[in-house]
Design a protein around this ligand. Structure first.
Ligand code: ASP
Length: 305
């Protein structure tokens, strides 16, 4: 039976390996995506997601995460969550109810505690040193520095899609700032009748275009996953350049209901994908006008997380 998985950035490789074992085993897309994102969240070598994430301007790690089930369209999210390694679990729990699907700040923290989730110090020595150094340098917030969301979409053998995100967001962001990652339709979206998508890049740029929803909408109208992803990012980038003279980094992963995947990006971007016929592999996507050049990741020339 058909199954498929796609994830943002090279850092998701180990997670995708675990997630695909579950999909192979006929487990649900939900289980596969949560397991795969946990791998990234707990890895202290990745400073843009979960444990050891880079902090906000006050030196506090605040995480955002989102989860959406394509079968039920239940969606949940948390923003500016503190002291929780697996923010995606809290987003998933938020997705279950009729109300209270999106929680931020203190409310998100309290909800996580009510689930019995253990509080953990998220800031590692290494992240703190990076913070001190950055403070010293007094650099302005930069468009693509120290922030990469793990976003995933999976299709299970029952034909159900799930998409989810987790991130510590923009390094040195304001306290309470949330990006696109916990915003339904911006950082993630999925619908078993159309497809799924997830985003990474500058949240402020992605959220004003509701880009994950837009890509899913295009698949529903008949575009392939690749067309939907690349046209959404290309057109939005052009529009932003027209409106304000530049467009910050945006990358989108997409999957249609057949498990076919697509990438849209306006920067060099790495992603991982696998399906029942292909082992997990890291690829690089490079924008080329309206098109995207895709090739295998090469450790010698590609230095992307
Ligand atoms: N989209 C995330 C944010 O704006 C960060 C990223 O994916 O690079 O918080």
């Amino acid at each position: 039976m058909r199954w498929s998985m796609i994830a943002t950035w090279k850092m998701s490789y180990d997670g995708v390996k675990k997630g695909t074992c579950l999909l192979k085993d006929n487990k649900s897309a939900k289980e596969a995506v949560l397991e795969a994102i946990h791998e990234v969240e707990k890895n202290e070598n990745y400073h843009s997601v979960g444990y050891s994430g880079l902090p906000n301007e006050q030196g506090v790690v605040q995480c955002d995460a989102g989860f959406m089930d394509g079968e039920t369209l239940q969606a949940g999210a948390v923003g500016a969550l503190e002291d929780v390694v697996h923010a995606v679990d809290v987003a998933y729990e938020c997705s279950k109810g009729r109300f209270n699907n999106v929680l931020v700040g203190e409310g998100a923290n309290e909800f996580a505690s009510s689930l019995g989730i253990k509080k953990e110090t998220m800031l590692t020595k290494e992240s703190y040193e990076k913070y001190l150094q950055r403070k010293e340098e007094k650099l302005p917030l930069s468009s693509y520095d120290g922030h990469d969301t793990v976003g995933m979409v999976a299709l299970d053998q029952q034909g159900h899609l799930v998409s989810a995100t987790s991130t510590s967001g923009l390094f040195m962001k304001k306290k309470g700032r949330i990006g696109d990652s916990p915003l339904i339709g911006s950082g993630f979206y999925c619908d078993d009748e159309a497809g799924g998508a997830a985003a990474t890049g500058v949240g402020e740029e992605i959220m004003r275009g509701c880009l994950s929803y837009e890509a899913v909408r295009r698949m529903k109208e008949g575009m392939s996953a690749q067309q939907a992803a690349s046209s959404t990012v290309y057109e939005w980038t052009e529009k932003m350049i027209l409106k304000k003279g530049y467009c910050d980094a945006i990358s989108l992963i997409c999957m249609n209901v057949q498990g076919e995947v697509g990438i849209g990006t306006n920067i060099k971007f790495a992603f991982v994908c696998a399906d029942e016929n292909h082992e997990p592999q890291v690829f690089v996507a490079i924008p080329d006008g309206k098109d995207i050049i895709l090739r295998a990741y090469d450790d010698h020339q590609d230095h992307l997380d």
